[in-house]
Write a protein that binds this ligand. Structure first.
Ligand code: GN1
Ligand code: MG
Length: 372
């Protein structure tokens, strides 16, 4: 999606922010929304930062519901953080309301904007170079899940219906192959076959959830490594961000998606797929951190399916990239024509490697769980 120019002064004039606007920087992390860090000069001369984000309204179709989820979830987290003796200004995303007391602003062109506090002295990671950091990310996501365990799940809106319904993601792929609107299906038979061969996997977790073997929880649903802010000094994962897809879901969605992104030896859009594999050491670090934070509240069935969830969520994401490639790149932000195909290939290479390592991943998981 090409970013059209916008009048930042018009937007900022509508939020209650302290100080004088100086400058902004684009944050090039996500595939969906557009994010900016703002510099504001305070009266005492110090610089204060805020986050400004343009909501992608073709992905999130109902900004009222989206922001209602975020406001209630972040208020709930704020309470839990205070109860735990934490600092809610650094450990939580707090929505900054408009001067009309709305959680987002609609500009003259109809674009939707929201504003958050900036988490000072922190950083995000695109890739793990110190396994300790991955352990810390796991603890942060595990803790996030625990803090939301008593959130009233029925009050949440489904911001993207069937988000992690892998059966419906598979149906989307089949439709995209049949429609072939961009005329690309002929050139990617191997990738299509790879996905079609694994259709049986798509319904596994859904069936377990429907039969009550897996519990429905409030989950984050987009647990990429770059959705955790780490403290610059302690390197602890202090704040989980990107609350757009907090919805009822399975803990396994969050665990699996974290492994998909963070335990891969290569970037999501690495062009050389021979570089892609599942790093077992990183996997073990994540299992350790996640079970340390959330293990006691998990059901045995959830623990049993942790390795499988890594495979399924990687498969699902690969299918989504493939579907978008076939549809002519209408969903994920892309930088070049084959970008979604390249992303799909890394995901499928990772699936193949996880399949080879499934047994050892199960052994690691059982060992860590026994040691809790
Ligand atoms: C998108 O916005 P971002 O980059 O955090 C996507 C996730 C995918 C991810 C793949 C709302 O996340 O579901 O797993 O890209 N978010 C949405 O990198 O579709
Ligand atoms: Mg996101």
């Amino acid at each position: 999606m090409q970013q059209k120019s916008f009048d930042i002064n018009e937007i900022l004039a509508n939020f209650s922010l302290n100080g004088e606007y100086i400058d902004s920087d684009v944050v090039n992390n996500g595939h969906i929304n557009s994010t900016f860090v703002l510099d504001f000069k305070c009266e005492d001369g110090s610089i204060m930062n805020y986050i400004l984000q343009q909501i992608n309204t073709s992905v999130f179709k109902n900004s009222d519901q989206l922001m209602q989820n975020i406001v209630t979830v972040s208020a709930h987290l704020r309470k839990a953080i205070i109860q735990n003796g934490g600092n809610p200004e650094r450990e939580n995303l707090n929505v900054i309301f408009t001067k009309n007391d709305k959680p987002y602003y609609v500009d003259r062109e109809g674009r939707h904007w929201r504003c958050y506090n900036y988490i000072s002295d922190s950083y995000t990671c695109q890739r793990i170079d110190n396994p300790e950091i991955f352990y810390n990310a796991a603890k942060a996501f595990g803790k996030f899940q625990c803090m939301l365990a008593d959130f009233p799940i029925d009050t949440l809106h489904e911001t993207i219906p069937n988000f992690h319904n892998t059966i419906s993601r598979f149906e989307d792929l089949k439709k995209a192959v049949n429609d072939d609107v961009a005329g690309r299906a002929g050139g990617i038979k191997e990738e299509i076959r790879f996905a079609f061969d694994r259709e049986a996997d798509t319904g596994v977790l859904i069936a377990l959830a429907e039969s009550g073997v897996l519990p429905l929880r409030v989950t984050h649903n987009d647990t990429k490594l770059n959705n955790v802010m780490f403290d610059k000094h302690s390197h602890e994962g202090i704040c989980v961000i990107d609350l757009d897809t907090v919805m009822p879901g399975l803990s396994l969605y969050d665990f699996g998606d974290s492994i998909r992104f963070g335990a891969s030896t290569a970037d999501e859009d690495e062009q050389d797929v021979t570089k892609v594999s599942l790093d077992l050491e990183l996997f073990e670090h994540y299992v350790n951190g996640y079970l340390a934070a959330a293990g006691k509240s998990l059901w045995q069935s959830e623990v049993d399916y942790l390795p499988f969830s890594a495979k399924l969520l990687t498969m699902e994401c690969g299918m989504r990239f493939l579907t978008d490639y076939l549809n002519g790149d209408t969903y994920f932000r892309t930088n070049y024509p084959e970008h979604n195909l390249v992303r799909c290939r890394t995901q499928f290479a990772l699936v193949a490697d996880i399949e080879r390592k499934m047994e050892i991943m199960s052994e690691i998981t059982s060992k860590v769980y026994r040691g809790l």
